[in-house]
Design a protein around this ligand. Structure first.
Ligand code: HAM
Length: 425
């Protein structure tokens, strides 16, 4: 095929073994930890009506304004590949009348998201998120419990030294006061703003605080602080979240410039950044979205959630966790000659019946070459079968780590392999 060969679409990638085993181990940890907090899985479609994200994430955001994969289907419906899943979960909540279920509803998801961004390290056009949403409770205890779950999850992945960045965007009253303060601050500087920020000044001045334009960063640094526009309710809510996090010794820092890049946020917002990822350092983003479900016609249902960028998380995963979960064949069955070959499959099946993971050497390699392969793939044991082993009914077990060989009955073989330490898997 040469230079015309078909490759992955820009910004997407294949995940190959053994890397996929690491992803699965992270996903298994999600299931275990999130279940312990009462979360159940939700799966929503990868395609949605474009309008869903326009109405929730917001037209003035980069995600909706620049990064969505939108298309018209054969009937002219305006659809898109989901750029995030919170809006989809909220849509499902409204669509299926989940309001009637006991509150709060705790849902999680794991799946691909699509954003047409410039690909770079840690930034893909198809990327994966682990998300959790608590729907139907307005109180600070939900905020604190959700963050505790996140911290526990990251702890189980053996992360250390991660800090939660925390802020509050206040309630509707706080935000409209703040919006007014920002508008009157930026208006006299309109000419100094770029086109994006000028547009945002009219649509959502809060977005200007997100700017990456160096000249605008200076203006932003001197802009009024949201903290000064907070209502008493908002202040109390935030203080209660902080008090709980203090109580559990969560490593967090209040970051007044944290505003998040989606319009639906209200009240508590948070992010976790990791070093070693360069510019794309945010591995978790989340917050309250108390008005989102009302926006979709679902009534007054406050909610909070987060999404973890799985690609980035795996990129910075501690080596200890990664090494423990890189899958290695536990046992390799190697025929030494034709007699061995004739009974090798039977032996492999028998060991699998006993619950062991077995790789059969099928390609007729010499024993020497097979042992080399076993060594390279870090197999812990090799079961050698030749004429002598078959006739005596005693296969040879080679412990690859210790370099020892022993001749065992089938019963002894199963017992030995089962007793082998599990961490070598
Ligand atoms: P977000 O901040 O847009 O929030 O995305 C959450 C995380 O997804 C980011 O912190 C990052 O780790 C990862 N991420 C985003 N874009 C990319 C990309 N192009 N490549 C790789 N990773 C990426 C949300 O999506 C909200 N729905 C989170 C949420 C849930 N808020 C409340 N509930």
């Amino acid at each position: 095929m040469g230079s015309t060969s078909v490759r992955t679409v820009k910004g997407t990638r294949d995940l190959l073994p053994p890397e996929t085993a690491v992803w699965k181990a992270v996903e298994a940890t999600v299931e275990r930890v999130f279940s312990a907090y009462g979360f159940a899985e939700i799966r929503t479609p990868l395609i949605e009506e474009t309008e869903l994200f326009v109405r929730t994430v917001g037209e003035s955001t980069d995600i909706v304004g620049k990064e969505m994969y939108t298309f018209a289907d054969k009937k002219g419906r305006q659809l898109c590949l989901r750029p995030e899943t919170t809006a989809s979960v909220a849509r499902a909540f409204v669509q299926h009348g989940l309001k009637e279920r006991p509150r709060p509803l705790r849902l999680y998801y794991i799946g691909p998201q699509f954003r047409y961004e410039r690909p770079q390290k840690g930034r893909y056009r198809q990327f994966y998120q682990i998300g959790a949403e608590v729907i139907g409770d307005p109180g600070p205890l939900s905020d604190a419990e959700l963050i505790l779950m996140l911290v526990r999850f990251l702890g189980e992945l053996e992360f250390s030294g991660l800090t939660v960045l925390l802020n509050t965007l206040g309630d509707a009253a706080s935000r409209s006061a703040y919006r007014a303060a920002l508008t009157s601050y930026f208006e006299p500087h309109r000419a100094a703003l770029g086109t994006d920020s000028r547009r945002r000044l009219d649509t959502n001045p809060l977005r200007i605080l997100d700017t990456k334009v160096p000249a605008e960063r200076e203006l932003v640094a001197a802009a009024p602080r949201l903290a000064d526009s907070l209502s008493d309710d908002s202040r109390r809510h935030f203080a209660a979240v902080e008090a709980q996090l203090d109580r559990f010794g969560v490593d967090y820092r209040v970051e007044p410039s944290l505003v998040r890049g989606l319009d639906y946020y209200t009240s508590t917002v948070f992010e976790i950044v990791a070093s070693g990822l360069g510019a794309q350092s945010s591995i978790v983003g989340g917050g309250r979205y108390d008005r989102l479900i009302a926006e979709l016609g679902g009534g007054d249902v406050p909610a909070i959630g987060f999404a973890i960028g799985l690609d980035r998380l795996v990129d910075v995963l501690p080596e200890s966790f990664r090494n423990r979960h890189l899958r290695r064949p536990a046992v390799m069955v190697v025929p030494a000659d034709d007699t061995g070959r004739s009974s090798a499959l039977e032996t492999a099946e028998m060991l699998r019946d006993a619950g062991l993971e077995v790789v059969l050497e099928v390609s007729g390699r010499s024993v020497r070459a097979a042992l080399k392969l076993a060594h390279r793939s870090a197999a812990r044991f090799v079961v050698l079968l030749g004429e002598q082993e078959v006739e005596s009914g005693r296969p040879t077990l080679r412990d690859m780590r210790r370099g020892e060989q022993s001749s065992l009955s089938y019963e002894e073989l199963v017992a030995r392999l089962r007793a082998a330490p599990g961490e070598e898997k």
